[in-house]
Design a protein around this ligand. Structure first.
Ligand SMILES: [Zn+2]
Length: 260
């Protein structure tokens, strides 16, 4: 049967959300060790390959927001994201029809099972790069590393009780990143709930941690200066509103104006 995906997922507009991520403690988002030279730091942070600046991948932010929100929404964990031996259970709807009505999957997307169809994410989370101010400050620090610092961390081998000291690279506390997300408005009925859940996920992130070694104090972040820009799409035209504070009722109003 002919399937019209345009009608299945209409676009009523976008809400471009912006904020500053302020690191209250050192941040470690690990890079793969594949491209490291011998003698390099044990556990490096992820960097932009061109500028060499540390950044926060959108996938890290989105994954963390999703997993935190999943627990609060109390959705049944049905997928194993780990291995058979070390299963990591999480929730993901099996069909796109389920996903459409699922508070988590309609926002963060789902991959269907057995022909159930994929549900593309309504929320796009961009990579977060250093603010100009932070970049300037980090250029001036003298740690022997570019824009970062390193710290010795000790872990005990649980079998032999032998200490296993290693060097962890981290972005120093006080560093700030520019954060942006784009939310696609597909249904006015879901708008309020979706925006509330985005806000909740950001609050949960502040109470949790970003990156690795959170239980050792790493990755405590604050989401500052939360703002948004609403773009309404009507009759094939884009109507861009002035940037504003992230206030759900006011965002909703932008999609009600001129409607009866
Ligand atoms: Zn779901």
């Amino acid at each position: 049967m002919f399937e019209n995906s345009q009608h299945e997922k209409p676009i009523l507009g976008k809400v471009i959300v912006s904020a500053i991520i302020h690191c209250h403690t050192g941040l470690h988002i690990g890079a793969s060790k594949e491209n490291l030279e011998i003698g390099a730091i044990d556990s490096p942070v992820v960097r932009d390959p061109i500028t060499r600046e540390p950044y926060i991948p959108g996938s890290s932010l989105k994954g963390k927001m999703r997993s935190l929100l999943e627990k609060v929404l109390r959705l049944p964990p049905n997928r194993n994201g780990g291995t058979q031996k070390n299963p990591i259970w999480r929730h993901e709807c099996d069909t796109k029809d389920q996903a459409k009505n699922c508070k988590l999957c309609r926002l963060f997307g789902s991959t269907g099972k057995e022909g159930g169809g994929n549900w593309p994410s309504r929320l796009i989370v961009r990579d977060a790069f250093l603010t100009t101010d932070s970049l300037k400050k980090l250029e001036e620090i003298d740690t022997g590393l570019l824009y970062t610092e390193w710290k010795w961390e000790n872990s005990l081998d649980r079998v032999t009780a032998a200490a296993n000291p290693r060097q962890l690279e981290r972005v120093p506390r006080g560093t700030e990143f520019k954060f942006e997300m784009a939310y696609t408005v597909e249904s006015k009925d879901d708008l309020e709930e979706d925006l509330k859940n985005i806000k909740t996920a950001l609050k949960l992130l502040e109470m949790d941690y970003l990156g690795g070694h959170g239980s050792r104090g790493y990755g405590q972040v604050e989401i500052c200066n939360l703002r948004c820009q609403v773009v309404r799409i009507k009759d094939g035209k884009l109507n861009q509103f002035e940037p504003m504070e992230f206030k759900i009722e006011e965002i909703e109003n932008k999609f009600q104006e001129g409607e009866n």
